[in-house]
Design a protein around this ligand. Structure first.
Ligand code: ATP
Ligand code: MG
Length: 256
């Protein structure tokens, strides 16, 4: 069965896109059929997948607002081994344009329905906001993956996100679950990071992935070459961590 995951955190720069790109590539290495959907006007997941966001005739914008089908805008990330629905600045105006539309929260869900069976995993890289684009991601998804840095304000931001997830569950997507919280850019030498990490485990227990993503410069360098870290430096700690995360997810799915 296809698993659709929204990678969400309204806080900027916590590693959503890095997770989207590297997890997609890692799942692909594990012979999973993966679609990565970029719904952020920044188009970072698009560039990080090796697709030039400035050169695109059609993007996710045209799926949400232009009546195009997924198959008409889909690109292949040759470097990543997965398919991509790209985004760029065109999407910046989409929110305002969508407000007028009926079923505006369900546009992405309805578009993905026809292609869902082609994939084992669909990962949605959300923008850093709890806006209508993110609500589209949450409405289309079976579950939410929340990357977070273990910093002081992280827990506070988490409660806003949990509230939004509850609202989406109540009004739009009753089955929406929290798939897991992912500790990113983790530095075990940092006392505060260890404390926040312990609090997370206390509050969310099994919802916290055992795999931790370390701070690793290879993960930050790879996007400028349009490749996942796996293709850039397979032995780097960052690439290995995302492979481990893919393994943990597949194990969880297999054992229920
Ligand atoms: P935004 O909210 O703007 O969409 P984001 O949550 O998608 O940001 P990323 O773009 O993935 O976050 O990461 C933010 C920055 O941190 C990027 O420059 C990225 O290369 C870097 N980065 C992400 N994860 C790591 C890591 N584990 N180690 C080192 N650098 C990282
Ligand atoms: Mg991003």
């Amino acid at each position: 069965m296809t698993k659709i995951l929204a990678i969400t955190n309204q806080k900027g720069g916590v590693g959503k896109t890095t997770t989207g790109v590297n997890l997609a590539a890692s799942l692909a290495v594990a012979h999973q059929r993966v679609l990565l959907v970029d719904i952020d006007p920044q188009g970072n997941a698009t560039m990080g997948s090796g697709v030039d966001k400035r050169m695109l005739a059609a993007t996710v914008y045209h799926v949400l607002l232009g009546g195009k089908r997924i198959g008409e805008v889909r690109q292949r990330s040759e470097n990543g081994g997965y398919d991509l629905i790209p985004a760029n600045r065109d999407l910046a105006g989409a929110e305002v344009e969508m407000v007028e539309l009926e079923r505006r929260e369900k546009r992405l869900k309805e578009a993905l329905a026809e292609t869902a069976h082609d994939y084992d995993f669909i990962l949605i890289d959300c923008p850093p906001a709890l806006n209508l684009l993110t609500v589209n991601g949450l409405t289309a998804a079976h579950a939410v993956m929340i990357p977070m840095q273990c910093e002081y304000y992280a827990l506070e931001g988490l409660s806003d996100l949990v509230q939004t997830i509850k609202k989406v569950r109540a009004h739009l997507n009753p089955g929406l679950e929290i798939e897991g919280l992912l500790r990113t850019m983790y530095d075990p030498r940092n006392t505060l990071a260890r404390q926040v990490s312990a609090q997370l485990l206390e509050h969310f227990g099994d919802k916290v992935y055992r795999t931790v993503i370390p701070r690793n410069v290879r993960l930050a360098e790879a996007p400028s070459f349009g490749v996942p870290a796996l293709k850039f430096d397979k032995d780097s700690k960052g690439a290995q961590a995302y492979l481990a995360l893919a393994g943990e997810m597949l194990n969880r799915a297999a054992t229920g």
